[in-house]
Design a protein around this ligand. Structure first.
Ligand code: ATP
Length: 276
């Protein structure tokens, strides 16, 4: 079997310098805040592999570090320690911190697409749905307007947004905005899609339809998806393997079936039982 498409290797991100106590390798705390120096460890020693074509889940409650992790995977911020290694970029797994600014731009434009919980992070509300999709193609160096409009139209059709191409994004419903984000994220055929709570806050029927569209995309394109969620029903529907994050640390990892049916860590047991 081919090797991983992404590897997160002992990723940590701290807000603050830390001190001798919290830098110690065996430091454990109930929260992500060092009791001595007040440094917040948004992530601590997080490691995982994502295989090509797999949907990999990251589950945790608010504040667990999920968005921080997505921002690191999307190169919006660098980890304090540890490394992200990507395979699509060159032969084999290569640490991203070795990449030049130009290579990072390439990775962000072509290899990785991201869908944020808040569409405003990715979309310009005063610009049309099609314009938001075309803008990503422009950023990737495409200059043929007619061709880009055609591709954007096809992407929006796939996302059940036919006829909405020229409407301002700000006039669309939340569910539609999420689908514009997905079209935008996919338009340059990335090998990895990062989904940060893509259906949180949507009505249940809209949520189900959006997840269904993501599943269709996954089947059609076979790309790897990293799905961040706090919702076990979404996780069960979409992902095969997952990690459970608590206060920035991985407390358990396994198949979603095992995590839900036979959770080992007390924290996972609590999360699963409260979701039932
Ligand atoms: N600038 C900052 N300074 C100090 N602590 C921060 C800062 N930014 C984030 N944090 C803390 O880092 C931790 C992880 O934040 P993060 O936003 O990644 O969590 P999350 O799991 O995505 O939660 P949510 O779903 O609520 O956004 C939280 O405890 C948060 O309070």
């Amino acid at each position: 079997m081919a090797g991983p498409v992404i590897r997160a290797e002992r990723l940590s991100l701290r807000h603050g310098k830390g001190c001798a106590l919290c830098h110690a390798p065996d430091f454990v705390a109930e929260t992500n805040i060092c009791p001595q120096c007040g440094t917040v460890w948004a992530l601590r020693d997080v490691s995982f592999d994502v295989m090509p074509g797999e949907v990999f889940g990251i589950v945790g409650e608010s504040g667990a570090g999920k968005s921080t992790l997505i921002d690191i995977l999307d190169f919006a911020r660098d980890p304090s320690d540890g490394a992200i290694l990507y395979a699509p970029w060159k032969e084999g797994l290569v640490p991203v911190h070795d990449a030049t600014a130009q290579e990072r731009r390439y990775l962000r434009s072509f290899e990785i697409g991201v869908v944020h919980q808040n569409p405003r992070r990715n979309l310009m509300m005063g610009v049309s749905a099609g314009g938001n999709v075309v803008e990503r193609m422009l950023a990737a160096g495409n200059r043929h307007i007619g061709e880009m409009r055609g591709v954007a139209g096809d992407m929006l059709d796939h996302m059940e947004l036919a006829g909405r191409m020229d409407l301002k994004t700000g006039t669309l419903s939340m569910g539609m905005r999420q689908r514009v984000q997905i079209a935008r994220a996919l338009v340059n055929s990335p090998k990895v899609l990062l989904l940060d709570e893509p259906t949180t806050g949507l009505d249940l029927s809209v949520q189900a339809r959006t997840l269904d569209l993501i599943r269709q995309v996954h089947r059609r394109l076979g790309l790897a998806i990293i799905l961040v969620t706090h919702d076990w029903s979404v996780l069960r529907l979409m992902a095969r393997r997952a990690i459970v994050l608590k206060a920035g640390r991985v407390v358990e990892r396994g198949t979603v079936a095992q995590l839900m049916e036979d959770p080992q860590a007390p924290y996972t047991q609590l999360l699963v039982s409260s979701a039932l």
